[in-house]
Design a protein around this ligand. Structure first.
Ligand code: F6P
Length: 335
């Protein structure tokens, strides 16, 4: 008999509920009790928890967000916060803690493991896909699909008006969403940290403006740039303003924002979340700890938790090259 605790932390991601459901159903199999802490690590620090039963997870596999709520928790950056979290775990007689979240959430979990003897497991849940040692994180596929759907709609207006749109997508400081969305929505340009530096802004602005002018004068059609958030130092709206001035063509900024984080998870995320949720409880039953459950080449893998937050994973080089050499319009070499 074990008391398992679970929380969702950081940016919510579609599929977090599916992972929770799988955890609860697997705990039922092992006759483990399950405690949910609310609002991420804040719930652990403040002792805000509830026993989770099968009824609580009925019908949640297709729901976006997280029924456990989530939060960023600056208190976890301090020794005091970590010790308070540990003291709640001890007071509540928890044997194992599962955290569904991204790299920041895993860093917090590693800190807890320094002071607490219980088992700890991380499940990668973030739309950004920026967690090492797993091909995909829960929520990434849904976010990509959501952004593509939105951009297809923007394309209709862009085509109708032969207009330039600069669409900003999420991803914090990594370009997984940007490249996947940009390529799948046939963007004329994909701009992200991996292929675009803003060191010489004037040169970059001139290149982009020439590219837009070339394309518009030859094709009289729409022109879409998909750009990573946090890339252009003054922001995407300012970039659009600069390009409008330089080209004399209206360049409209469009920040997709939080629609990318919400919505019902696609099949790929539901399945990934379910596989990782089941595997995490199985690993706990085998006495394992300090792991992240991930998936590589369609196989569930157990990875030392520490190795998941080294920021080694990058957007595939061939994808970046294909975009730069072949798919961008006009090709970089023709600018
Ligand atoms: O990590 C997910 C994410 O949506 C990032 O893509 C984005 O940069 C960030 O969270 C926004 O976080 P917040 O909602 O806390 O501002």
């Amino acid at each position: 008999m074990k008391n398992i605790a679970v929380l969702t932390s950081g940016g919510d991601a579609p599929g977090m509920n599916a992972a929770l459901r799988a955890i609860v159903l697997t705990c039922l199999q092992y006759k483990y009790t399950i405690t949910g802490y609310y609002h991420g690590y804040n719930g652990l620090i403040n002792g805000e928890s509830k026993q989770i039963h099968v009824d609580d997870v009925n019908g949640i596999i297709g729901r976006g967000g997280t029924i456990l709520k989530s939060a960023r928790c600056p208190a976890m950056l301090s020794d005091n916060g970590i010790k308070q979290a540990v003291s709640t775990l001890m007071k509540d007689k928890i044997d194992a803690l599962i955290v569904i979240g991204g790299d920041g959430s895993f860093a917090g979990l590693l800190e807890i493991a320094k002071y607490w003897q219980g088992q700890v497991i991380g499940i990668p849940g973030t739309i950004d896909n920026d967690v090492d040692q797993t091909d995909f994180t829960i929520g990434f596929s849904t976010a990509v699909n959501t952004a593509i759907e939105a951009i297809d709609k923007i394309r209709d207006t862009a085509d109708a008006f032969e207009r330039v749109f600069i669409v900003e997508v999420m991803g914090r400081h990594s370009g997984f969403i940007t490249f996947n969305v940009g390529i799948a929505s046939a963007a004329e340009q994909v701009l992200s940290f991996e292929n675009f530096d803003c060191v010489n802004k004037e040169t970059r602005l001139n290149e982009l403006s020439n590219s837009i002018k070339n394309a518009q004068s030859n094709r009289h059609s729409s022109y879409l740039i998909v750009i990573a958030e946090n890339l252009w130092p003054e922001g995407t709206t300012e970039l659009a303003k600069n390009l409008t001035e330089l080209t004399g063509i209206d360049c409209t900024p469009c920040i997709l924002g939080y629609i990318q984080r919400g919505g019902s998870p696609v099949a790929k995320d539901r399945l990934l979340a379910t596989k990782l949720g089941v595997a995490s409880v199985q690993a706990l039953a085998e006495g394992k700890t300090n792991l992240m459950m991930g998936e590589q080449n369609n196989t569930v893998v157990e990875v030392p938790l520490r190795q998941s937050i080294n920021h080694q994973k990058g957007v595939s080089k061939s994808l970046i090259k294909a975009q730069t050499d072949i798919l961008s319009v006009p090709k970089q070499s023709q600018i």
